[in-house]
Write a protein that binds this ligand. Structure first.
Ligand SMILES: NC(=O)c1ccc[n+]([C@@H]2O[C@H](COP(=O)([O-])OP(=O)(O)OC[C@H]3O[C@@H](n4cnc5c(N)ncnc54)[C@H](O)[C@@H]3O)[C@@H](O)[C@H]2O)c1
Length: 430
């Protein structure tokens, strides 16, 4: 199979041509809509939370500014060093605020990007939607299921765009993987395995002499603000599993522990879960922070082949046979002896009752190549702006984020309560 190389221009061309790929992934169609590619009106954006991720999003928005006529006109952060850094990153042009409500008061802002710690996502998103702003909110959606549902209700009631930051939805490798799956190229998927392994304490250093900033800076490690590995890492891979299956799980079970970093953190440093889908597919997930040998991966296993999405590899269950080397002389002699009846008195040979299940050999082939400079995080912002220009949500985009967070938080619940958890009625979307 030819490896597909995808650039931003290919993406746009595919979008404008309405290719089969785009028909299947409606969020890309937003970019094909005439109103989304009419760049005559400037889209004005505010960013709330300009820490590590927010800074990167600001950088991407700056990069896109001329090409798609957008401008970051306001920034907000309640931590002085990040507040100052953000102002500099806009070349001192943006208005700056410590309180996000002041930013939301600006009438000329069309959209806001939210990259605060998780527990702040819900109320800021809800306030923004309620004053008529379109919202791009980083994953995961929220810290609690109640907040997630309230965000969803506000999104549907206001009709404003709400996109959650799952950039893999815009990654050519993943989009091509979906095409391969839909075309039956890896056969029937019965298992998905995914993991995210690290070997570090996941702590951020505190500024000299400021121990009181621990919870503010290391918010990921405390239950009040985060579900640790689940909301910070697993949610991406749960989104991928749901997306590839075109379904959401029916149940989840799991176990979690703090078994290595006994440093005062409250979130698990070691989790293992099984999500089950209605068709019997099992999605086996684990994440840890004391071994990085296996790194990060999503393995999609069908009866005809396997996809490894992070390393961008496709493997075949029955690879074309390699040319056989000639048998060694001793084997040739043994075969001649058998044919000549030398062993005629011996016990007849039968099939072995146990054959070792050997790994299918082969190095695999690339699923798709991203052209140098292509970045799915930037592409997802471009798609968000396209929806903003259109003025209405692009069908199916928000729901990817919703189901990813719902099943992330239900997985956390399964581990905390030592129970198999199913979807509560109140979280169903009409
Ligand atoms: N999509 C991805 O790949 C990806 C990667 C990293 C982080 N994230 C997400 O981005 C979000 C932020 O993560 P981070 O690593 O940048 O965290 P961070 O701690 O580096 O940044 C958060 C920023 O928000 C600010 N903040 C906190 N409360 C605020 C408030 N009420 N108003 C304004 N600013 C406030 C903090 O001062 C800080 O600057 C998280 O939800 C995280 O999951 C996503």
């Amino acid at each position: 199979m030819k490896t597909i190389k995808i650039s931003r221009r290919d993406f746009m061309e595919k979008a404008l041509a309405g290719s089969a790929l785009l028909m299947a992934y409606p969020w890309l169609n937003a970019m094909a809509d005439k109103s989304s590619t009419d760049y005559s009106q400037k889209v004005k954006i505010g960013i709330i939370g300009v820490g590590s991720r927010g800074s990167l999003l600001l950088h991407y928005l700056n990069e896109l500014s001329e090409m798609i006529n957008i401008e970051v006109v306001a920034v907000c952060d309640n931590y002085e060093p990040h507040y100052q850094r953000a102002i500099k990153k806009t070349a001192n042009k943006a208005k700056a605020f410590y309180d996000y409500r002041k930013l939301l008061d600006l009438n000329d802002i069309d959209a806001v990007v939210i990259a605060t710690p998780l527990h702040q996502h819900a109320h800021i998103t809800i306030d923004a939607l309620n004053v008529g702003k379109h919202v791009f909110c980083e994953k995961s959606m929220a810290r609690t299921l109640e907040d997630v549902k309230q965000m969803a209700d506000t999104h549907y009631n206001t009709g404003k765009v709400l996109q959650i930051g799952h950039q893999r939805m815009f990654d050519p490798r993943y989009l091509t993987a979906i095409e391969l799956i839909n075309a039956g190229e890896i056969g029937l998927i019965t298992q998905i395995r995914a993991y995210w392994h690290r070997n570090n304490d996941w702590r951020r250093p505190l500024p000299e002499g400021r121990p009181e900033l621990e919870r503010q800076i290391n918010w990921r490690l405390y239950k009040e603000y985060s579900c640790g590995l689940m909301t910070e890492l697993a949610s991406h891979q749960i989104q991928v599993a749901n997306w590839l299956k075109n379904a959401t799980p029916v149940s989840v079970m799991g176990a979690g522990s703090i078994n290595y970093w006994k440093d005062g953190r409250e979130v698990y440093d070691n989790v293992a879960l099984i999500y089950s889908y209605e068709d019997g597919t099992q999605f086996i997930y684990d994440s840890m922070t004391s071994n990085r040998h296996y790194g990060l991966e999503e393995q999609i296993m069908g009866d005809k082949g396997t996809l490894e999405l992070e390393v961008n590899k496709r493997y075949f269950e029955n690879p074309p046979p390699k040319p056989e080397p000639p048998p060694p002389a001793a084997i040739v002699q043994l075969m001649k002896d058998i044919e000549g009846g030398i062993f005629s008195d011996a016990i007849p040979l039968t099939n072995s009752s146990w054959i070792p299940e050997l790994k299918v050999e082969g190095n695999g082939i690339a699923i798709a190549e991203r052209e140098q400079g292509f970045d799915e995080s930037s592409m997802q912002l471009e798609a968000f702006i396209a929806s903003v220009r259109k003025g209405v949500p692009t069908k199916g985009v928000f729901e990817q984020g919703y189901w990813a967070t719902v099943w992330t938080l239900l997985g956390q619940q399964a581990m905390d309560d030592h129970q198999i958890v199913t979807l509560p009625n109140e979280l169903k979307l009409i």
